[in-house]
Ligand binder design. Structure first.
Ligand SMILES: Cc1cc2nc3c(=O)[nH]c(=O)nc-3n(C[C@H](O)[C@H](O)[C@H](O)COP(=O)(O)O)c2cc1C
Length: 333
């Protein structure tokens, strides 16, 4: 815990945050990660078994997930607030209210600006980590008063901005832009990745895809199998309305990219997406015909492990990774 300011800020043992994942990161995964010494994060639709459009019910489901996670761990964990735009904002607003009512300790705020919820969350005593994909946005988040920034590179699974900045270039730029703790995500799943992120200036790491492929995640077994089967070129990037999404290549991505190349209208693309959404893959098990958000790091993941094993592997491999690094850089010392 000592000497690492992210661990101190979040009151965790290891500087590893499990990134929020829509449909995937529910109470069981979150508690397993927090019990293992990291920080688990409840994602949107955690605990849902059907698509829910009622704002009130969405809030109550989050409340139940928070309470379930609390029954499984005494350690701190986070809730994802995906800010959203337009009518999507009513869901995040309700989730903020529930997080405050339930006394959640940490919020991971993503998909929107830091000026929307930071003050309300901080006034309620909640530690705020804000996800960004540029140094400029990191600076803005720090100015608004967040406690730490999460920078996500283009390698990351899921939805990002259009800048295509990779983790390797983004971390040092963000670390130079702010003085608050920096958490780095995108392409990290093991001790080597953690060391590299720290060498570049990060205080900790943010891992999604690695934790999607754990026994405790709510991801469907056929999706986990497909991700474990992925190689170094198994993902692709899809242009959507306001962002890019990194997904596992499958029949769904092939068709979507074909439609996009044939200049399909935004409505047609949205309609196709809705019919083949992550819900159908993660809850329904349609790993070929529906969207699976997935990072490039899938090519490094060879097994469906328990969350605790993921931590044991990182801790176990750390000495040899450090030795190798030290050996290679002694020429400079
Ligand atoms: C299946 C999946 C679902 C995701 N859903 C969300 C989400 O709901 N909210 C969010 O902020 N990020 C989401 N992400 C992005 C992750 O939080 C994180 O940025 C990313 O996984 C980090 O890169 P990595 O996959 O290389 O570890 C998702 C990622 C995956 C793989």
């Amino acid at each position: 815990m000592e000497n690492n300011r992210l661990c101190e800020l979040l009151r965790i043992r290891y500087p590893v945050v499990q990134a929020p994942m829509n449909w995937v990161s529910g109470a069981a995964l979150v508690a397993a990660v927090s019990n293992a010494g990291g920080m688990g994060t409840l994602g949107p639709n955690a605990g849902a078994t059907a698509i829910e459009t009622d704002v009130g019910l969405t809030g109550e489901r989050l409340r139940n997930q928070i309470r379930e996670a609390r029954s499984l761990t005494t350690k701190p964990f986070a809730v994802n607030i995906a800010v959203g735009v337009g009518s999507g904002r009513q869901y995040s607003q309700r989730c903020v209210e529930v997080a405050i009512e339930e006394g959640v300790q940490v919020a991971v705020v993503s998909v929107g600006g830091p000026d929307v919820y930071t003050t309300a969350l901080k006034d309620a005593g909640i530690t705020v980590l804000h996800a960004v994909s540029t140094a400029r946005h990191a600076k803005k988040a720090a100015e608004v008063g967040v406690d730490g920034v999460i920078c996500e590179g283009f390698e990351s699974g899921g939805h990002k901005g259009f800048t295509e900045l990779t983790t390797f270039t983004l971390i040092p730029m963000v670390a130079d832009a702010v003085t608050i703790p920096v958490v780095a995500g995108g392409g990290i799943c093991d001790a080597r990745g953690l060391l590299a992120a720290m060498a570049l200036g990060a205080d900790g790491v943010y891992m999604g895809t690695r934790f999607m492929v754990t026994r405790e995640s709510n991801s469907h077994p056929s999706v986990k199998e497909a991700v474990v089967g992925g190689d170094d070129t198994c993902t692709t990037s899809l242009p959507k309305d306001m962002m890019l999404a990194r997904d596992l290549k499958n029949r769904f991505t092939e068709k979507y990219l074909e439609m996009n190349a044939a200049a399909a209208s935004p409505e047609e693309l949205r309609g196709y997406l809705n019919e083949h959404s992550q819900f159908h893959a993660q809850a329904g098990g349609d790993a070929e015909g529906s969207e699976i958000c997935c990072g490039q790091v899938a090519g490094l993941i060879k097994n469906v492990a328990g969350a605790e094993e993921v931590f044991q592997e990182i801790v176990g491999a750390m000495p040899s990774s450090v030795n190798r690094l030290t050996r290679n850089i002694t020429v400079f010392l």
